[in-house]
Write a protein that binds this ligand. Structure first.
Ligand code: HXC
Length: 257
C-alpha cells in the first residue's frame, strides 16, 4: 500500500519503514504520524514480521517535529487535541523495533529514535534536543527517555544548551548500541533485525516487554513480572524446540507458537 510520507516494505521477516519527506529533512508532521500508525498496525498484526527497522535518509533520520506546522498552534488547540500525544503509538509497538540513524536526529527525531528498542547509528549521526532554541522544551519524551538513557548530567547539558552530540559521544553515553560506517548502516540494522526475527516471536516480544517495563517498575515488581513471563514461555512449543535442539546439538527451528 502507498504512504504519503513513508516507504514501507518487508525484507524476509523484517518490516522496513523509511521516513520519506526529503524536502523537509523528514520533519515529523501529522501525516507522518498517521502513516506510521498505519504501518505499525499492519506490522504488529502480521505474523510474518518478527522485527521492525525504522530509518530515514543519509542526511537526516528526522530533523524534528515540523516547526512550520506547529508554529501557529495555540494552547487550547494543542491541549484539547493532545498535540504530540499520538506519537506514543511508536513506543507501544509490540514487535522489537530498531532505529537506524544517519545524519540529524534532532528534537522529535531524537525522541522518535528513543521510542524504538535500540538505536544503531552511522558515524555521521547527530543527536540533540534543540527545542530550547525555539522557545519550547522537548515534547515527545526527550526530557524523560533521554534522561533514563544517558543520565541527568548529559540530558541536562543537551536539553538546556541545545547542542548536538555526535555518534561517538552518543555511544559512550549509552544512547546508541552500535556505531557503523555510513554505507553499512542499513545492512547492520537489517542484520540485527533478522537475527531477532529468527528467534521465537513470543520470546522476543516478551523480552522487549520485560526490558521496557524495567524503566517503569520497582525492582521487586520488575523481577516478579520478568519471572511470570519467563514461566509463561514454558507453555510454548518454541521453548521445547529451543531447549530440545540445544540438548540434541542441532539448530532450533522456531515456529512462533
Ligand atoms: C520543518 C524543517 C525542519 C523542521 C528542517 N526543515 N528541519 N522544516 N521542521 N524541524 C526544512 C528547512 O526549513 C528547509 O526547508 C529544509 O528542511 C532543509 O533544511 P536546511 O535548514 O536548509 O538544512 P541545513 O542547512 O543542512 O540544516 C540542517 C539542520 C536545520 C541543522 C537540521 O534544518 C535545523 O536546525 N532544523 C531544525 C532543527 C530543530 O530545531 N528541530 C527541533 C524541532 S522542535 P526549506 O523550505 O527552507 O528548503 C521539535 C519539538 C518536539 O522537534 C516536540 C516538542 C515541541
Amino acid at each position: 500500500m502507498g504512504y504519503e510520507t513513508l516507504l514501507v516494505e518487508t525484507r524476509g521477516r523484517v518490516g522496513l519503514i523509511t521516513l520519506n519527506r526529503p524536502q523537509a529533512l523528514n520533519a515529523l508532521n501529522a501525516a507522518v504520524m498517521r502513516d506510521l500508525h498505519e504501518a505499525l498496525n499492519a506490522f504488529d498484526a502480521d505474523k510474518g514480521v518478527g522485527a521492525i527497522v525504522l530509518t530515514g535518509s543519509e542526511k537526516a533520520f528526522a530533523a524534528g517535529a515540523d516547526v512550520k506546522e506547529m508554529q501557529a498552534l495555540d494552547f487550547v488547540e494543542g491541549y484539547l487535541g493532545d498535540f504530540l500525544g499520538g506519537w506514543e503509538r511508536v513506543a507501544d509497538a509490540r514487535k522489537p523495533m530498531i532505529a537506524a540513524v544517519s545524519g540529524y536526529a534532532l528534537g522529535g527525531g531524537c525522541e522518535l529514535a528513543m521510542m524504538c528498542d535500540l538505536i544503531i547509528a552511522s558515524e555521521t549521526a547527530k543527536f540533540g534536543q534543540p527545542e530550547i532554541t525555539l522557545g519550547v522544551i522537548p515534547g515527545m519524551g526527550g526530557s524523560q527517555r533521554l534522561t533514563r538513557a544517558i543520565g541527568k548530567a548529559k540530558a541536562m547539558d543537551l536539553i538546556l544548551t541545545g547542542r548536538m552530540m555526535d555518534a561517538a559521544e552518543a555511544e559512550r553515553s549509552g544512547l546508541v548500541s552500535r556505531v557503523v560506517a555510513p554505507d553499512r548502516l542499513l545492512e547492520e540494522a537489517l542484520g540485527a533485525a533478522e537475527k531477532i526475527a529468527s528467534f521465537s516471536l513470543p520470546a522476543a516480544m516478551m523480552a522487549k516487554e520485560a526490558v521496557s517495563r524495567s524503566l517503569e517498575l520497582t525492582l521487586a515488581e520488575g523481577l516478579r513480572f520478568e519471572r511470570r513471563l519467563f514461566q509463561s514461555l514454558f507453555a510454548t512449543e518454541d521453548q521445547k524446540e529451543g531447549m530440545g535442539a540445544f540438548v540434541a546439538k542441532r539448530k532450533a527451528e522456531f515456529k512462533n507458537k
